[in-house]
Ligand binder design. Structure first.
Ligand code: FMN
Length: 189
């Protein structure tokens, strides 16, 4: 493998959204990053996913959903915890919601295949961001399953929110994880 590909694939690490600051990608870089998604494998050319950018003006509304979700599942949550939940929505200059789309008039392509396609699209986004010098992190959490979040993003019945993607400049580095060894996941039949 050439050195660039090797560095790209093995150099990318998860960076917590709280360690991703300004500057984020400019308009042209953002386009490059988002366009990488459309190179993902896609059985049946169904484009079973989309990405919603949560602009600065919408972060407070997302924060309100995070706050409400925590309150709904834990009435004993402290003021600080509720405030932290709200502030999570403000992290990172570029914030995307990855949405799976299971719609389609054929049963030939399973939900699982569609999720694989989304995973590939996400990885393309992460690698493109990394190639442009940015850090990235994925985040999930209970709020993704909440009706409040579905309402906020106006998700259709055949859509599911899968995870958030945060992209920005790495403000603080932490050592990456030790990756699994080949024998942990490869066998010969
Ligand atoms: C769908 C998905 C959701 C994730 N959600 C979280 C999360 O909520 N919090 C978190 O710390 N990491 C989250 N991660 C990132 C993983 O923790 C991270 O990829 C893993 O530790 C491996 O590290 P690496 O990406 O640096 O190889 C998520 C990853 C995926 C694929």
């Amino acid at each position: 493998m050439n050195e660039f590909a090797e560095k790209l694939i093995h150099g990318r690490v998860h960076v917590s959204p709280k360690r991703l600051g300004d500057p984020g990608p400019d308009a042209s870089q953002k386009n490059q990053i988002l366009l990488a998604a459309n190179a993902a494998p896609d059985h049946g050319r169904m484009m079973p996913w989309r990405f919603v950018e949560i602009g600065k003006g919408s972060r407070d509304a997302l924060g309100e959903v995070f706050h409400q979700c925590l309150f709904d599942r834990d009435q004993n949550a402290t003021h600080t915890q509720l405030q932290e939940a709200r502030e999570k929505a403000l992290r990172g200059p570029l914030l995307l919601l990855a949405v799976a789309n299971y719609a389609g008039d054929t049963n030939e392509i399973s939900k699982e295949e569609k999720l694989v396609s989304l995973g590939c699209a996400i990885q393309n986004i992460l690698l493109s961001a990394y190639a442009l010098g940015f850090g990235s992190g994925l985040s999930s959490g209970k709020a993704l399953q909440s009706p409040g979040l579905r309402n906020l993003f106006n998700l259709a019945i055949h859509e599911d929110p899968i995870c958030f993607i945060t992209i920005g400049t790495v403000t603080q580095n932490k050592p990456g994880r030790i990756r699994p060894s080949l024998s942990d996941y490869h066998s010969i039949f």
